[in-house]
Design a protein around this ligand. Structure first.
Ligand code: NAP
Length: 282
Protein backbone atom coordinates (compact mmCIF):
# COMPACT_ATOMS: atom_id res chain seq x y z
CA UNK A 1 0.00 0.00 0.00
CA UNK A 2 1.42 3.33 -1.04
CA UNK A 3 1.40 6.08 1.56
CA UNK A 4 -0.02 9.34 0.23
CA UNK A 5 1.03 12.83 1.22
CA UNK A 6 -1.29 15.32 2.91
CA UNK A 7 0.21 18.22 1.02
CA UNK A 8 -0.21 21.26 3.27
CA UNK A 9 1.87 23.46 1.03
CA UNK A 10 -0.46 22.91 -1.91
CA UNK A 11 -3.71 23.20 0.05
CA UNK A 12 -2.47 26.31 1.87
CA UNK A 13 -1.53 27.99 -1.37
CA UNK A 14 -5.06 27.40 -2.69
CA UNK A 15 -6.50 29.02 0.46
CA UNK A 16 -4.16 31.97 0.08
CA UNK A 17 -5.09 32.47 -3.57
CA UNK A 18 -8.77 32.46 -2.69
CA UNK A 19 -8.21 35.03 0.06
CA UNK A 20 -6.09 37.23 -2.22
CA UNK A 21 -8.95 37.41 -4.73
CA UNK A 22 -11.39 38.42 -1.99
CA UNK A 23 -9.05 41.09 -0.63
CA UNK A 24 -8.51 42.49 -4.13
CA UNK A 25 -12.27 42.94 -4.44
CA UNK A 26 -12.41 44.64 -1.02
CA UNK A 27 -9.62 47.03 -1.98
CA UNK A 28 -11.16 47.76 -5.39
CA UNK A 29 -14.45 48.65 -3.74
CA UNK A 30 -12.58 51.37 -1.78
CA UNK A 31 -13.18 49.79 1.65
CA UNK A 32 -10.57 49.59 4.41
CA UNK A 33 -8.67 46.30 3.88
CA UNK A 34 -8.37 43.60 6.56
CA UNK A 35 -5.59 44.43 9.02
CA UNK A 36 -3.57 42.11 11.24
CA UNK A 37 -1.41 43.40 14.11
CA UNK A 38 1.46 41.14 15.13
CA UNK A 39 3.23 41.80 18.42
CA UNK A 40 6.67 40.32 18.98
CA UNK A 41 8.50 40.85 22.28
CA UNK A 42 12.22 40.13 22.38
CA UNK A 43 14.46 38.33 19.94
CA UNK A 44 13.59 34.63 20.15
CA UNK A 45 15.01 33.36 16.81
CA UNK A 46 12.16 30.90 16.08
CA UNK A 47 9.54 33.57 16.91
CA UNK A 48 11.25 36.00 14.56
CA UNK A 49 11.06 33.43 11.75
CA UNK A 50 7.35 32.77 12.43
CA UNK A 51 6.52 36.48 12.60
CA UNK A 52 8.43 37.09 9.34
CA UNK A 53 6.46 34.30 7.62
CA UNK A 54 3.16 35.69 8.91
CA UNK A 55 3.98 39.23 7.78
CA UNK A 56 4.99 38.03 4.32
CA UNK A 57 1.80 35.98 3.99
CA UNK A 58 -0.33 39.00 5.00
CA UNK A 59 1.32 41.23 2.42
CA UNK A 60 0.96 38.60 -0.31
CA UNK A 61 -2.82 38.41 0.09
CA UNK A 62 -3.16 42.20 0.35
CA UNK A 63 -3.84 42.56 4.09
CA UNK A 64 -2.49 45.51 6.05
CA UNK A 65 0.11 44.16 8.42
CA UNK A 66 1.12 46.10 11.53
CA UNK A 67 4.24 44.75 13.19
CA UNK A 68 5.14 45.81 16.73
CA UNK A 69 8.58 44.53 17.65
CA UNK A 70 9.11 45.41 21.30
CA UNK A 71 12.35 45.06 23.28
CA UNK A 72 12.93 42.09 25.59
CA UNK A 73 12.71 44.44 28.60
CA UNK A 74 9.12 45.47 27.81
CA UNK A 75 7.00 45.52 30.97
CA UNK A 76 3.65 43.82 31.44
CA UNK A 77 2.00 47.24 31.68
CA UNK A 78 3.55 48.44 28.41
CA UNK A 79 2.42 45.30 26.61
CA UNK A 80 -1.10 45.52 28.04
CA UNK A 81 -1.27 49.17 26.98
CA UNK A 82 -0.36 48.25 23.41
CA UNK A 83 -2.97 45.47 23.35
CA UNK A 84 -5.51 48.00 24.69
CA UNK A 85 -4.70 50.41 21.86
CA UNK A 86 -4.95 47.69 19.22
CA UNK A 87 -8.30 46.59 20.68
CA UNK A 88 -9.62 50.08 19.89
CA UNK A 89 -7.91 50.57 16.50
CA UNK A 90 -10.53 50.33 13.72
CA UNK A 91 -7.88 49.36 11.13
CA UNK A 92 -6.84 46.32 13.16
CA UNK A 93 -9.21 43.36 12.80
CA UNK A 94 -6.97 40.69 14.28
CA UNK A 95 -4.35 40.82 17.03
CA UNK A 96 -1.65 38.19 17.39
CA UNK A 97 0.82 38.21 20.25
CA UNK A 98 3.62 35.84 19.31
CA UNK A 99 4.27 33.21 21.99
CA UNK A 100 6.25 32.36 23.97
CA UNK A 101 6.66 35.71 25.69
CA UNK A 102 9.83 36.43 27.72
CA UNK A 103 9.64 34.76 31.13
CA UNK A 104 8.95 37.96 33.13
CA UNK A 105 5.66 38.51 31.27
CA UNK A 106 2.34 36.91 32.16
CA UNK A 107 1.05 35.24 28.98
CA UNK A 108 -2.38 34.39 30.34
CA UNK A 109 -3.05 37.98 31.33
CA UNK A 110 -1.96 39.23 27.90
CA UNK A 111 -4.14 36.73 26.03
CA UNK A 112 -7.12 37.61 28.21
CA UNK A 113 -6.57 41.32 27.45
CA UNK A 114 -7.16 40.79 23.72
CA UNK A 115 -10.77 41.43 22.74
CA UNK A 116 -12.20 38.00 21.85
CA UNK A 117 -13.51 39.47 18.57
CA UNK A 118 -9.91 40.32 17.60
CA UNK A 119 -8.30 37.19 19.05
CA UNK A 120 -7.09 35.85 15.70
CA UNK A 121 -5.23 32.93 17.31
CA UNK A 122 -8.35 31.75 19.14
CA UNK A 123 -6.41 31.43 22.42
CA UNK A 124 -8.69 33.65 24.53
CA UNK A 125 -10.58 31.54 27.11
CA UNK A 126 -13.84 32.86 25.63
CA UNK A 127 -12.96 31.36 22.25
CA UNK A 128 -11.53 28.14 23.69
CA UNK A 129 -14.62 27.75 25.89
CA UNK A 130 -16.93 28.20 22.92
CA UNK A 131 -14.88 25.67 20.97
CA UNK A 132 -15.38 23.09 23.71
CA UNK A 133 -19.09 23.90 23.85
CA UNK A 134 -19.34 23.49 20.07
CA UNK A 135 -20.41 27.12 19.57
CA UNK A 136 -19.27 29.40 16.73
CA UNK A 137 -15.87 30.87 17.62
CA UNK A 138 -12.42 31.66 16.33
CA UNK A 139 -10.67 28.31 16.05
CA UNK A 140 -6.90 28.22 16.75
CA UNK A 141 -4.98 28.19 13.48
CA UNK A 142 -3.03 24.93 13.73
CA UNK A 143 -5.99 22.71 14.75
CA UNK A 144 -8.15 24.44 12.15
CA UNK A 145 -5.47 23.81 9.52
CA UNK A 146 -5.30 20.11 10.43
CA UNK A 147 -9.08 19.73 10.08
CA UNK A 148 -9.04 21.59 6.77
CA UNK A 149 -6.32 19.30 5.45
CA UNK A 150 -8.19 16.14 6.49
CA UNK A 151 -11.37 17.43 4.91
CA UNK A 152 -9.61 18.46 1.70
CA UNK A 153 -8.31 14.93 1.17
CA UNK A 154 -11.64 13.36 2.06
CA UNK A 155 -10.34 11.57 5.16
CA UNK A 156 -13.30 10.00 6.93
CA UNK A 157 -13.42 10.98 10.61
CA UNK A 158 -16.80 9.79 11.90
CA UNK A 159 -16.54 6.67 14.02
CA UNK A 160 -12.76 6.49 13.70
CA UNK A 161 -10.34 6.11 16.59
CA UNK A 162 -8.40 9.37 16.79
CA UNK A 163 -5.41 9.64 19.09
CA UNK A 164 -3.83 13.00 19.85
CA UNK A 165 -0.36 13.00 21.42
CA UNK A 166 -0.01 16.31 23.30
CA UNK A 167 -2.49 18.34 25.33
CA UNK A 168 -1.40 21.96 24.86
CA UNK A 169 -4.07 24.65 24.73
CA UNK A 170 -2.90 25.68 21.27
CA UNK A 171 -2.77 22.31 19.52
CA UNK A 172 -3.60 19.11 21.41
CA UNK A 173 -6.76 20.08 23.30
CA UNK A 174 -8.45 22.06 20.50
CA UNK A 175 -7.70 19.50 17.79
CA UNK A 176 -9.06 16.74 20.05
CA UNK A 177 -12.32 18.69 20.44
CA UNK A 178 -12.59 19.35 16.72
CA UNK A 179 -12.14 15.64 16.00
CA UNK A 180 -14.77 14.86 18.63
CA UNK A 181 -17.17 17.30 16.96
CA UNK A 182 -16.68 15.30 13.77
CA UNK A 183 -17.71 12.18 15.70
CA UNK A 184 -14.34 10.51 16.11
CA UNK A 185 -13.67 8.56 19.31
CA UNK A 186 -10.84 10.59 20.75
CA UNK A 187 -8.02 9.73 23.14
CA UNK A 188 -5.61 12.40 24.34
CA UNK A 189 -2.13 11.30 25.43
CA UNK A 190 0.51 13.26 27.31
CA UNK A 191 3.79 12.84 29.16
CA UNK A 192 2.18 10.80 31.99
CA UNK A 193 0.34 8.43 29.66
CA UNK A 194 1.26 4.82 30.33
CA UNK A 195 1.93 2.39 27.49
CA UNK A 196 1.65 5.11 24.88
CA UNK A 197 2.50 2.72 22.11
CA UNK A 198 -0.49 0.49 22.91
CA UNK A 199 -2.75 3.51 22.47
CA UNK A 200 -1.17 4.99 19.34
CA UNK A 201 -1.30 1.57 17.67
CA UNK A 202 -5.11 1.70 17.92
CA UNK A 203 -5.33 5.02 16.09
CA UNK A 204 -6.98 5.30 12.69
CA UNK A 205 -6.05 8.97 12.84
CA UNK A 206 -2.92 9.90 14.80
CA UNK A 207 -2.11 13.54 15.49
CA UNK A 208 1.28 14.12 17.07
CA UNK A 209 2.09 17.41 18.83
CA UNK A 210 4.67 16.47 21.44
CA UNK A 211 7.58 18.70 20.44
CA UNK A 212 10.01 15.77 20.33
CA UNK A 213 11.95 15.04 17.17
CA UNK A 214 11.13 11.70 15.50
CA UNK A 215 9.24 10.62 18.64
CA UNK A 216 6.64 8.47 16.89
CA UNK A 217 8.20 5.55 15.10
CA UNK A 218 6.92 2.88 12.75
CA UNK A 219 6.14 0.30 15.45
CA UNK A 220 3.81 2.80 17.20
CA UNK A 221 1.54 3.15 14.18
CA UNK A 222 -1.31 0.97 12.94
CA UNK A 223 -1.14 -0.18 9.33
CA UNK A 224 -3.18 2.18 7.18
CA UNK A 225 -3.35 4.99 9.76
CA UNK A 226 -3.61 8.65 8.82
CA UNK A 227 -0.70 10.42 10.53
CA UNK A 228 -0.59 14.16 11.12
CA UNK A 229 2.76 15.46 12.33
CA UNK A 230 2.45 18.86 14.00
CA UNK A 231 6.00 18.99 15.37
CA UNK A 232 8.55 21.53 14.26
CA UNK A 233 11.96 20.75 15.68
CA UNK A 234 15.08 22.58 14.61
CA UNK A 235 18.02 20.19 14.46
CA UNK A 236 21.44 20.86 12.96
CA UNK A 237 20.34 18.73 10.02
CA UNK A 238 17.31 21.01 9.46
CA UNK A 239 13.60 21.02 10.37
CA UNK A 240 12.10 17.71 11.46
CA UNK A 241 8.73 16.69 12.81
CA UNK A 242 7.67 14.61 15.81
CA UNK A 243 7.18 11.61 13.53
CA UNK A 244 9.90 9.48 11.97
CA UNK A 245 8.62 10.14 8.47
CA UNK A 246 10.73 7.58 6.58
CA UNK A 247 9.76 4.71 8.88
CA UNK A 248 6.12 5.65 9.52
CA UNK A 249 5.28 6.17 5.86
CA UNK A 250 5.88 2.42 5.37
CA UNK A 251 2.79 1.72 7.53
CA UNK A 252 0.57 4.80 7.17
CA UNK A 253 -1.95 5.40 4.38
CA UNK A 254 -1.58 9.18 4.61
CA UNK A 255 1.05 11.37 6.24
CA UNK A 256 1.97 15.05 6.52
CA UNK A 257 5.57 15.93 5.68
CA UNK A 258 7.67 18.35 7.74
CA UNK A 259 8.17 20.91 6.36
CA UNK A 260 5.25 21.33 3.97
CA UNK A 261 2.45 19.77 6.03
CA UNK A 262 0.75 21.43 8.99
CA UNK A 263 3.05 24.51 9.08
CA UNK A 264 1.78 26.16 5.88
CA UNK A 265 -1.81 25.34 6.89
CA UNK A 266 -1.35 27.24 10.16
CA UNK A 267 -0.39 30.41 8.31
CA UNK A 268 -3.21 29.99 5.78
CA UNK A 269 -5.72 29.65 8.65
CA UNK A 270 -4.32 32.77 10.29
CA UNK A 271 -5.22 34.63 7.11
CA UNK A 272 -8.64 32.99 7.02
CA UNK A 273 -9.30 33.92 10.67
CA UNK A 274 -8.28 37.53 9.99
CA UNK A 275 -10.63 37.73 7.03
CA UNK A 276 -13.48 36.18 9.06
CA UNK A 277 -12.95 38.77 11.79
CA UNK A 278 -12.89 41.56 9.25
CA UNK A 279 -16.16 40.34 7.74
CA UNK A 280 -17.77 40.23 11.17
CA UNK A 281 -16.65 43.82 11.84
CA UNK A 282 -17.77 45.32 8.56
P1 NAP B 1 3.84 21.84 24.20
O1 NAP B 1 3.02 22.92 24.75
O2 NAP B 1 5.27 21.70 24.59
O3 NAP B 1 3.10 20.47 24.49
C1 NAP B 1 3.70 19.25 24.24
C2 NAP B 1 2.77 18.17 24.68
O4 NAP B 1 3.38 16.92 24.40
C3 NAP B 1 2.44 18.21 26.16
O5 NAP B 1 1.07 18.03 26.36
C4 NAP B 1 3.25 17.05 26.74
O6 NAP B 1 2.63 16.42 27.84
C5 NAP B 1 3.26 16.10 25.56
N1 NAP B 1 4.41 15.21 25.66
C6 NAP B 1 5.69 15.54 25.92
N2 NAP B 1 6.44 14.43 26.02
C7 NAP B 1 5.61 13.38 25.83
C8 NAP B 1 5.78 11.99 25.86
N3 NAP B 1 6.97 11.43 26.08
N4 NAP B 1 4.70 11.21 25.64
C9 NAP B 1 3.50 11.75 25.41
N5 NAP B 1 3.26 13.08 25.37
C10 NAP B 1 4.31 13.89 25.60
O7 NAP B 1 3.86 21.89 22.61
P2 NAP B 1 2.85 22.50 21.53
O8 NAP B 1 2.87 23.97 21.61
O9 NAP B 1 1.55 21.78 21.55
O10 NAP B 1 3.65 22.08 20.21
C11 NAP B 1 3.96 20.74 19.91
C12 NAP B 1 4.85 20.70 18.69
O11 NAP B 1 4.17 21.27 17.60
C13 NAP B 1 6.14 21.51 18.82
O12 NAP B 1 7.16 20.86 18.06
C14 NAP B 1 5.80 22.82 18.17
O13 NAP B 1 6.95 23.47 17.64
C15 NAP B 1 4.91 22.35 17.08
N6 NAP B 1 3.94 23.34 16.59
C16 NAP B 1 3.80 23.40 15.25
C17 NAP B 1 2.88 24.25 14.72
C18 NAP B 1 2.71 24.27 13.25
O14 NAP B 1 2.20 25.22 12.70
N7 NAP B 1 3.12 23.21 12.54
C19 NAP B 1 2.10 25.07 15.54
C20 NAP B 1 2.24 24.95 16.93
C21 NAP B 1 3.18 24.07 17.44
P3 NAP B 1 2.41 17.18 29.26
O15 NAP B 1 1.23 18.07 29.05
O16 NAP B 1 2.16 16.08 30.22
O17 NAP B 1 3.68 17.95 29.54
Amino acid sequence: MECKILDGKKVASEVRERIAVMVKEIRESGKVPPGLAVVLVGDNPASKVYVGQKEKACKEVGFESFLYHLPEATTQEELLNLVGQLNEDPNVHGILVQLPLPKHLNETEVIEAIRPEKDVDGFHPMNLGKLVAGLPCTVPCTPKGIMHLLEYYGIEIEGKNAVVVGRSNIVGKPVAHLLLQKNATVTICHSRTRNLEDITKEADILVVAAGKPHFVTQHMVKKGAVVVDVGINRLESGLVGDVDFDGVRLRASWITPVPGGVGPMTIAMLLENTLEMYERFS
